[in-house]
Design a protein around this ligand. Sequence first.
Ligand code: DGJ
Length: 735
Amino acid sequence: MISFNSKTNTFRLDTPGSTYAIFINERGYIGHAYYGSKIGDDDVSYLTRNKEYGFSDNAIFREKGSFLDFFPQELPTDGLGDYRESALAVCDAEGHNAIELKYKSHKISAGAQPLPGLPAVFGSADECSVLDLTATDDILDAEVTIIYTVFEKLDAIVRSVKIKNNGSKTLFLKKALSLALDIDDDGFDVITLHGSWARERHIDRRPVHMGKQGVCSNRGETSHQEHPFLALLDHKADWDSGRVYGINFIYSGNFIADVQKNQFNNVRAVMGINPENFSWKLEPGCDFYTPQAVLVYSDNGLNGMSHTFHDLYREHLIRSPYKKSPRPILINNWEATYFNFDTDKLIDIAREASKDGIEMLVMDDGWFGHRSFDDSSLGDWIVNENKIKGGLKHLVDEVNKLGMKFGIWFEPEMISPDSDLYRAHPDWAIQIPGREPGMSRQQLVLDITRKEVEDYTYESVAKILRSANIEYVKWDMNRQLTDIGSVQLPADQLGEFYHRYVLAVYRLQERLITEFPKLLLENCSGGGARFDPGMFFYSPQIWCSDDTDAIERLAIQEGTALVYPLSTMGAHVSVCPNHACGRVTPFKTRGYVALSGTFGYELDITKLPAEERAMIPGQVALYKKFSDLVRNGDYSRIASYSENNEYDCWASIAKDKSKALVTFVQVLNHPNYKTRFIKIAGLKPEAKYRVTWPDEDQTKFQPMELSGLTLAKAGIPLRRDWGDFQAQLIYIEEC
Ligand code: DGJ
């Protein structure tokens, strides 16, 4: 709910458990008054520190410089005395860097608004309200609107910023972030997500220290390495208790997420498009919208924060028709065959897979041009009939006859120097004239910001999809951007390139899901380098990582699930020794870990050892039984192997608290320890639950009946005499 009190000049943005307050001071500055647990209906203007004393007493009435350096602002600007990290920097036609925002007007409306060309949360008039808070700089003739979307039933507030040039001279945006949050430091820790190829989104938690700390990407995509997420939390906050502020960015390109603790022990967090290599030429009459940043507040620790992010993305960002429904259990041939496959091999895999209840065959990289390794043919999206004998339609029809769906891999944004496309259009690759562009995975990136390249790219994918009954696409992107040059952008607009690139990716995927509305689209980027909420707007699931090892996946999926619903995490069972790290784990453990994602297989089923093959129908049955609970329940972390170096445990709890599925992995076993008790919070304290081990020998793992209170406070017993990498599923259902 959004309200404005004209007597105190304050806005309140209230959600069920949080209050966010804004104060317009007597000079028109838009101050941040409060964000945190819900508070009483008081005049909160005093919280902005509007009148402070110190080196320059009562600064607002004497010196703007001193004032701006401590005043908490909703959208801090550059160049006039706030020396902290700014959110908006504008350069005028004469080269002056300064912008000063003073309140002009506001509008409160019901229902979320779309953002032109960008992914955006949606919600009806009953579900959310919007505050458009407009300020102006009269010298520049610039108008800036901060757009807040406030959810009625979720402790989430989404922000974006619109900057409009109302004047007659060109302006240059040097920095246009989406979010700034000024709060007192009460001894915060900061959490960010870090990684690399095959080990994405590991959680890193450390105290907030003086000065600046943060994460960013300048790679043209969100990246394996760092992630557009940041949490500020009480030093003592844990999974289920303590204050947490979670910040996330609905964007798939270069970003920054910074925290700065200043001279007065205040903390400013900012998030937005990375200003490095960014600028935007704003001609008279034109406007620019920043992507949305999401703020989530939790009084119930990290699990409370995760629940809100998951609900927000499942209900208000993912649009796919698959968002609520089970995903087909797929088998992908990448780790099974790599580039070495043909129609017969794929049909063999599909035939065997169909016998075990697997529902879709996905043909991965290598079916087009003359590609038999990663050194050619990207851009030549023509079926290689030497491999796909009889053509694509024949293959798809044969797979359909087995009762299975068919899916296909593309890497639409890329071009191989060894391709007919490159030979015809060498200038379509992103490059700086006169400089040999850097290769990565032996490929270059198409300049899809050019209309003719975008259209070619779209048609390449669409014509294949029109040619056969293809029900799934894996959209891959296997290198990051370098050598930014453009044949169409003049020098004073080259800083727009990275953002224009992301907008072109969004346009391409929008066209795809518009023409093929039933398509199941899975995004991917060399594993999980473009696993971000921007992509959820187009695809309900994203390949999490090229590391399919069950133990490596624990940290990857833990970090991913901290922010994103389990229904979005692409997860497959593969063979051992694992191709990424060489580890050998039980087939059962691989299955349980993948069951917490979209679930599928990535192996040559025709060569699988008999005892492993025999377990597939059972795993398929588990997926069928528990997928609804996993996709739609509340995910709660119970224990983290990354923290305790011994075991991992998490649960999916039904929204009505009638059932829960707990997954436990004993990563490292030590001899002669006795029973471990795992406490399951979040069920109904007074209700009685039946606790079973659905996939175990029932004579050894006998069911128990326990109340929700006992489950939360005393826990369930887990024996410790297994061995490394063993796992268990525990099902808890109200009696
Ligand atoms: C990277 C993806 O993450 C893999 O799953 C696979 O599709 C390869 N690319 C194919 O080149």
